[in-house]
Ligand binder design. Structure first.
Ligand SMILES: Cc1cc2nc3c(=O)[nH]c(=O)nc-3n(C[C@H](O)[C@H](O)[C@H](O)COP(=O)(O)OP(=O)(O)OC[C@H]3O[C@@H](n4cnc5c(N)ncnc54)[C@H](O)[C@@H]3O)c2cc1C
Ligand code: SF4
Length: 493
């Protein structure tokens, strides 16, 4: 612990963010790291509290507390305080394959369970993490680690999101020959097509893919396993298979008027926008355009927020986001105590931008869409809504009741459905004969084995839509199991 009194003397500094109005005119990342001096001061705030709740990594009341990959946070906080950046990088890379992703877009459950957060704002862990890895790349400290020996074992990984990439990285380092299949034209999963560029620059993802390729991993894109590659081909060519296909089956809105023209799934919107940006800087016109339109996003979560930020950059006339739940409190309540993930109101980047542009937070709470109305040409015209009251019944279950007299009509020409995901897509699972349970691939946590010999599963496909940091955790853990399965023991951490 560098500065024993740091937590008493130094205040938390928020990471730098570009001006909300100015950043709407481009697609560059909205967040930037603090200066080295500021980061060193922030590192000094860490109390090295002996029981580091910040890296306990477990779910409490359905939300994550602490870092799921058990990052050695107090150690690198101290090293950054002392200016020993290279040593901090070495400690960080021991537990996290891709800190450049988590340091940018992880919701930082570590900070929610930071011991200092009992009485003061938490240590700026995520900003420090990002700065360590960015410095590693800037200074050329990150170089390809090409394995000296190969085991002769071949592994196919299906899906190139963070779970697939983490397991590929680990197994390649163990000397196995790894091929990653991806049906999209670019690897990265939701890191590439899902999370918008202003949150995570696609060059940051591409840089990591280049590095993994130099280290010996083979990426096969535009190839859907189950369609372009069969179960028999996989069995013939590989000693083990890992399913990391994500949970991208989108939940539909079953409602009167759903067939109106101008209603899209959020993921189609986000994916086509990013693809068009990467392919042609939007010159190909192959994206859904919100310019000059009244946009409504149905669904109050993060995917919806990313749609709001995208529509703002395209120059929408107005944007509103409907959420089913009431607004969160500004402070923790008695049923959400430390070290649980704080369920408190936050002005995320997209909402800050909408407020700067239109003067208002775009979120509407406790609202339910009753029907959608189209004009005589079938084009979306308006949404009819009602306000809801959230109640808790005797068994502790939540119910939602309509409040009579709160009906409202909202004009809209574009609607995005962002009400969640229903689990992994079926075709590949059916082809491989893999069983599912509760809309997830049936594979026990810690073992990752499916009902098919030699086929493993990890990430969102196994646990349901989650977080990048959990996908990295599962990618690392499944790699250990596969290494053990192939070699009778494992060398992996
Ligand atoms: C819009 C959006 C924003 C998000 N923002 C954040 C965030 O800010 N922070 C955070 O921590 N988490 C975020 N998440 C969640 C996070 O992205 C996921 O939890 C994580 O990407 C899951 O990783 P994965 O590797 O399991 O699957 P995915 O990232 O979903 O990757 C699965 C890949 O498998 C491929 N695939 C599927 N079937 C086949 C097949 N048959 N053959 C070949 N390839 C196939 C898919 O094309 C895809 O590329 C967000 C999710 C969404 C939808
Ligand atoms: S990966 Fe996420 S939870 Fe872990 S230290 Fe980084 S920001 Fe915190």
């Amino acid at each position: 612990m560098g500065k024993p009194t740091g937590f008493m003397e130094i205040k938390r500094e928020k990471g730098k963010e570009r001006d909300p109005l100015k950043r709407l005119s481009d697609w560059n990342e909205y967040a930037a790291p603090l200066s080295d001096e500021a980061l060193s001061r922030q590192g000094a705030r860490c109390m090295d509290c002996a029981t580091p709740f910040c890296h306990m990594g477990m779910d409490i009341n359905a939300f994550t507390s602490g870092c799921p990959i058990y990052n050695l946070i107090p150690e690198w906080n101290d090293l950054v305080y002392r200016g020993q950046w290279k040593e901090a990088l070495d400690r960080l890379m021991k537990t996290n394959n891709f800190p450049e992703f988590t340091g940018r877009v992880c919701p930082a459950p570590c900070e929610g369970s930071c011991t200092l957060a009992i009485s003061d704002p938490a240590v700026s862990i995520k900003n420090i993490e990002r700065a360590i890895i960015d410095k590693g790349f800037e200074n050329g400290w990150i170089t390809p680690r090409i394995p000296e020996k190969r085991t002769g074992k071949k592994i196919a990984i299906i899906g190139s999101g963070p779970a697939g990439l983490a397991s590929a990285d680990q197994l390649n380092q163990a000397g196995h020959s790894v091929t990653v299949y991806e049906r999209a034209d670019r690897p990265g999963g939701l890191l590439t097509y899902g999370i918008p560029n202003m949150k995570l620059d696609k060059e940051v993802v591409a840089r990591r893919i280049r590095l993994l390729t130099q280290e010996g991993i083979d990426f096969v894109t535009n190839t859907e396993v189950g369609k372009d590659v069969t179960r028999e081909e996989l069995q013939e060519q590989y000693d083990a298979v890992i399913l990391c296909t994500g949970a991208q089956k989108q939940r539909n809105l079953v409602i009167e008027g759903r067939e109106a023209k101008g209603i899209h799934f959020a993921m189609n919107y986000l994916t086509t926008t990013t693809k068009s940006m990467l392919d042609s800087n939007f010159k190909d016109g192959q994206y859904i355009d919100a310019k000059g339109k009244d946009v409504i996003v149905i669904g109050g979560g993060d995917t919806g927020a990313d749609c709001v930020a995208t529509a703002l950059r395209q120059g929408c006339r107005s944007v509103v986001q409907f959420g089913k739940h009431p607004q969160l409190p500004t402070e923790r309540t008695s049923d959400n105590m430390w070290p649980e993930y704080p369920q408190v109101f936050n002005l995320e980047y997209a909402y800050e931008e909408a407020q700067a542009k239109f003067g208002d937070d775009p979120r509407e709470y406790s609202i339910q869409t009753k029907k959608i109305v189209a004009d005589e040409n079938g084009n979306l015209k308006e949404l009819h809504t009602i306000q809801m009251e959230k109640l808790v019944d005797e068994s502790g279950r939540y119910t939602f009741n309509e409040i009579p007299g709160t009906e409202k009509v909202w004009p809209a020409q574009l609607v995005f459905i962002a009400i969640g995901f229903e689990g992994p897509e079926q075709p590949v699972l059916e082809q491989l004969g893999v069983e599912t349970k509760n809309n997830k691939v049936a594979a026990a946590y810690g073992k990752y084995t499916t009902n098919v010999e030699g086929v493993f599963a990890a990430g969102d496909a196994r646990r349901g839509q989650s977080l990048i940091v959990w996908a990295i955790h599962e990618g690392r853990e499944v790699a250990k199991q596969v290494d053990h399965y192939l070699m009778g023991a494992t060398v992996l951490p």
